[in-house]
Design a protein around this ligand. Structure first.
Ligand code: GDP
Length: 362
């Protein structure tokens, strides 16, 4: 699937850049172009693999919006024509989808991505998706509240929002920066494979996935999630029947970008590996298992030829918003929002004197 990437904010820019680099290093050619948009100049300067555009300079002078996602929305609204102008020539006629990439807990990406998606929908005919990073459980209340409002608006605007939970793909005991490196690498590999799996591969059998199957899986809208797992495979495909099942189970049950998301409107199962090692029977069995497990009647499937001694399963879920994880997150975001409002009331000196048992003098 040929895509154009637009990273908004710090996380958005870093993840878009990492994806572009992975796609180039693997020689997939799915990423047609990447643009990083930010109100913080320093964050843009650290990027090498993406074109950059500074927004909101008249308001925040290149210093970013802090964690203020309402300001993030405003600066994107003010400079939207510049952003759309910078995309001319990047979202070429060859792009089959646009992905807006953002961390949903911050300011520029959280507030700016929904505005950008809204405008892209009016300009382009191809689907506009979000790749959104959810704050981990230990990130503060402001992040949770920001992400809740951002996600709500994105669900309204985007054709689908692929969520990556910051708690999902990092190793125990890493520093925060180290964790981001690991997570971004995993996002690049998994989402990069998803893009590439929708690319035509020459000289390979009948079951290669087509871009339209990725798009149809995401057609349900709402939230989507991506899972991935690999295992060493035997050279004899008949011996890999159980391996195909076991990587598919792991991809859905423990390897997903949104823990506990297993209910979906639609799903896509891509088995990646050397064509000779891919067991037809195992793939069919895994696909039926995925139908049962997700409760979806629309499970698509296909192979992705990859030069590797491992067998991998990539599972894309479309319409996965009914998962417990999304519900728990939205509860947390609402609670954080209420706490923030109470805090604002407390810090307003007039509130302490709001009691009407004492009257003002005049
Ligand atoms: P913005 O620049 O104002 O849009 O804010 P950020 O992009 O820094 O958004 C903050 C959110 O993104 C928080 O939830 C962070 O945990 C997360 N975040 C920041 N940088 C990264 C990163 O490199 N990778 C990942 N996965 N998350 C990040």
């Amino acid at each position: 699937m040929k895509v154009a990437l637009i990273g908004v904010g710090q996380a958005g820019g870093k993840v878009a850049e990492r994806l572009t680099r992975f796609d180039a290093e693997m020689g997939f050619g799915a990423v047609q172009g990447a643009l990083a948009v930010n109100s913080a100049e320093a964050d843009l300067q650290s990027l090498e693999f993406a074109d950059t555009l500074l927004i909101g300079a008249d308001r925040v002078n290149g210093h970013g919006v802090g964690g203020d996602n309402e300001l993030g929305t405003e600066v994107m609204q003010s400079d939207i024509q510049q952003v759309l102008g910078a995309l001319d020539g990047r979202v070429t006629s060859s792009a089959e989808a646009i992905f807006v990439v953002a961390g949903l807990g911050g300011g520029t990406g959280s507030g700016g991505a929904p505005v950008l998606v809204h405008h892209l929908q009016q300009v382009y005919d191809v689907p506009v998706y979000t790749l959104g990073v959810l704050p981990g459980r230990n990130e503060g209340a402001l992040y949770q509240a920001n992400a809740g409002r951002s996600l709500k608006t994105l669900i309204r605007e985007a054709d689908s929002t692929l969520l990556i939970d910051n708690d999902a793909w990092h190793e125990q005991g890493e520093s925060m920066d180290g964790a981001f490196e690991t997570i971004n690498g995993k996002i690049a590999q998994r989402v990069g494979l998803l893009f590439a799996s929708g690319e035509a591969v020459e000289g390979v059998g009948e079951s290669v996935v087509d871009s339209s199957e990725v798009i149809n899986t995401l057609r349900a809208g709402g939230v989507s999630a991506l899972g991935y797992a690999t295992e060493l495979a035997s050279e004899d495909s008949a011996e890999n029947i159980n391996t195909a099942m076991s990587v598919s189970r792991q991809a859905l049950l423990t390897g997903t970008s949104l823990p506990d998301a297993t209910t979906a409107e639609a799903a896509l199962l891509v088995i990646a590996g050397e064509p000779d090692r891919i067991p037809r029977k195992g793939v069919e069995r895994a696909r039926r298992w995925l139908e049962d497990e997700t409760g979806s009647m629309q499970v698509r499937g296909g192979d992705f030829p990859l030069d590797s001694d491992r067998l991998g399963a990539l599972v894309l879920l479309g319409g996965a918003e009914r998962s417990d994880r999304v519900r728990a997150f939205m509860d947390r975001a609402r609670e954080a929002n209420r706490a923030q409002e109470r805090e604002e009331e407390r810090s307003d000196p007039a509130e302490q004197f709001a009691d009407d048992r004492l009257e003002n003098l005049f």
